[in-house]
Design a protein around this ligand. Structure first.
Ligand code: PLP
Length: 448
C-alpha cells in the first residue's frame, strides 16, 4: 500500500473531520500532508498541491515561513505559555501595543482568546454586559445580516445565517434580528452604491423599531466570506456607522476573515474610514501558525467595566490558552513580515494578475459573475446566466471542481457553487496561472 493510502486508512479509523459528511470519504480521498513550504503542500510521497485557499484563509505569507518558524521555535525555548489572569508576558504586551497601533483609531483595548468563534462570543457578551452596566437590562438582542457567518458555537451560530450549518441547531439558539445583506450579487459595479443606500434605508427602519432592545449589530466588513464571498461597497459600512451612532447601538466588525490585508487594506473597515465598537480578529493574526484571536474595543467600553469587584461589573470570561506566548510570537513575527516589504502594494499587482488569469471565464455561459475584493477572487457558477439562476446545492457541482483541482495539484475548496481564490500573499505568476487553469477546467467539467 502507498504511504498516502496508509495514512488515509489510519485516519479514517480514528478521526472525525470538521464540516465533513464522513461518508464522502468512501469515494473522496483525503489529502495527506507531510510538510509544506510557501504556497505548496506536499503529500507523503512528494506530490505537490498549491494551497489556493490559504488553508481556510489563515495563512498569509506561505507555509513554514523561515522567520515566523524561527520566532516560534525561539519562543518555545523561552516561555511556551503562562496563565494570563494575574500574570503577563512581553509578547502579549507588545502584540497588544502593535494591534492598537495598526487598527482603526479608537480601538485601544485588546482582549485575547483562542479562536474566531470565541472572539465573536466575547464581543457579544461584552456588548450585552456593557449595556447591563449602563442599567439598560432590556437590551438582549443582536442584529445580524442574511447570509452572514460568525462561527460554529451556539452563540455565534445564533448571530449567523449560514443555512445548512445552522438549521439543525435552531431550537437551541438565541433569536437574532435578521436584516437584509447589502450583497451586490449580479449587479454591475456602478449600481453597488445605490443598492447599498437602499439596504441602509431598510436597515434604518428596522433599527428604529428595535433600537431599545438591541445591543449591537454584527457584520463582516466588505465580504461575506463563508456565505460564498459575497461583496458590497464601503459606502454601506460608513452608512452603517452613522446608523449605529444615530440609534445608539454597538457595531461589531468581524474581521476574522478579511483582516490583515485580505481586502486590499490592512483592515476592511479602513476603506470606509470607520471605527467599529468591537473588532474581532483571528485567522491571519498568527500568519496561519497557531490558534489565536483578539477582540479590540474602545477605552470607554473598557471603563464601563472598571469598578470594585463586588459590583459585578467586571468581565469574568476566560479561555485556558488566552494570550498564549507561542501564538503571540507567531503574530509578532507576522507583523514584522508586514513591515519588511510594502505587501499591500505588492498584493495590488498580485490581485491584478489573479483577475487577468481568469479573464477567459468572463463570457463563460455558466459563470454568472467574477467578483474581486483585493486578494479574494470569486467565480460563481450559475445554471442560467440571463436569470442568474443558481444551481441546486444538492447537485454539489463545487465538489467536481474540488476533485478536479486536487487531481491536478491545486487545493481549491468551493463554497457551494462559488469557486474562489484566497491564496497566500507569496503566490507568484506561475502559481496564479496554474490555479486559474485548473479552476477553469474544473468549472467546465462541473457545468457540462
Ligand atoms: C472563520 C470565521 C469565524 C470563526 O472562526 P473560528 O476560528 O473558525 O472559530 C468567524 N467569523 C468569520 C467571518 C470567519 O470567517
Amino acid at each position: 500500500m502507498s504511504e498516502n493510502q496508509r495514512l488515509r486508512e489510519r485516519d479514517l479509523a480514528v478521526l472525525w473531520h470538521p464540516t465533513t459528511q464522513m461518508k464522502d470519504h468512501e469515494s473522496l480521498p483525503l489529502l495527506p500532508v507531510r510538510k509544506a513550504s510557501g504556497v505548496w503542500l506536499e503529500d507523503m510521497e512528494g506530490g505537490r498541491y498549491l494551497d489556493a485557499i490559504s488553508s481556510w484563509w489563515v495563512n498569509l505569507f506561505g507555509h513554514a515561513h523561515p522567520a515566523i518558524s524561527e520566532r516560534v521555535a525561539e519562543q518555545a525555548h523561552q516561555l511556551e505559555h503562562v496563565i494570563l489572569a494575574g500574570a503577563t508576558h512581553p509578547g502579549a504586551v507588545e502584540l497588544a501595543e502593535r494591534l492598537v497601533a495598526i487598527t482603526p483609531p479608537g480601538l485601544d483595548r485588546v482582549f485575547y482568546a483562542d479562536s474566531g468563534s470565541s472572539a465573536v462570543e466575547i464581543a457579544l457578551k461584552m456588548s450585552f454586559h456593557y449595556w447591563c452596566n449602563q442599567g439598560e437590562h432590556q437590551r438582549k438582542r443582536f442584529v445580524t445580516l442574511t447570509n452572514s457567518y460568525h462561527g460554529e458555537t451556539l452563540g455565534t451560530l445564533s448571530v449567523g445565517d449560514a443555512g445548512l450549518f445552522k438549521k439543525t441547531y435552531e431550537p437551541l439558539l438565541l433569536e437574532s434580528i435578521l436584516a437584509p445583506s447589502p450583497d451586490c450579487f449580479g449587479l454591475p459595479p456602478e449600481a453597488w452604491d445605490d443598492h447599498a443606500a437602499t439596504r441602509l434605508e431598510e436597515l434604518a427602519v428596522l433599527l428604529e423599531r428595535h433600537s431599545q432592545e438591541v445591543c449591537a449589530i454584527i457584520i463582516e466588513p466588505l465580504v461575506q466570506c463563508a456565505g460564498g464571498m459575497r461583496m458590497y461597497p464601503p459606502s454601506w459600512l460608513s452608512g452603517l456607522r452613522r446608523l449605529c451612532d444615530r440609534f445608539g447601538i454597538h457595531l461589531i466588525a468581524d474581521e476574522i476573515a478579511v483582516g490583515f490585508g485580505r481586502t486590499g487594506t490592512m483592515f476592511a473597515c479602513e476603506q470606509a474610514n470607520i471605527t467599529p465598537d468591537f473588532m474581532c480578529l483571528s485567522k491571519g493574526l498568527t500568519g496561519g501558525y497557531l490558534p489565536m484571536s483578539a477582540v479590540m474595543t474602545r477605552e470607554s467600553i473598557y471603563q464601563a467595566f472598571y469598578d470594585e469587584y463586588t459590583s459585578l461589573r467586571g468581565f469574568l470570561h476566560s479561555h485556558s490558552y488566552t494570550g498564549n506566548a507561542l501564538a503571540c510570537a507567531a503574530a509578532l513575527a507576522t507583523l514584522d513580515v508586514f513591515d519588511e516589504q510594502p505587501w499591500l502594494e505588492r498584493n495590488r499587482e498580485t490581485a491584478r494578475l489573479m483577475r487577468a488569469a481568469v479573464e477567459s471565464l468572463t463570457d463563460h455561459p455558466h459563470v454568472g459573475e467574477i467578483r474581486q475584493c483585493g486578494m479574494i477572487l470569486a467565480m460563481e457558477m450559475v445554471e442560467d446566466r440571463a436569470s442568474m439562476k443558481v444551481y441546486d446545492w444538492r447537485e454539489r457541482r463545487g465538489m467536481t471542481v474540488y476533485r478536479h483541482a486536487l487531481e491536478n495539484g491545486v487545493l481549491l475548496r468551493p463554497i457551494g457553487n462559488v469557486v474562489y481564490f484566497m491564496p497566500p500573499y507569496v503566490i507568484d505568476a506561475g502559481g496564479i496561472e496554474l490555479m486559474a487553469r485548473v479552476a477553469s477546467e474544473g468549472i467546465d467539467l462541473a457545468t457540462r
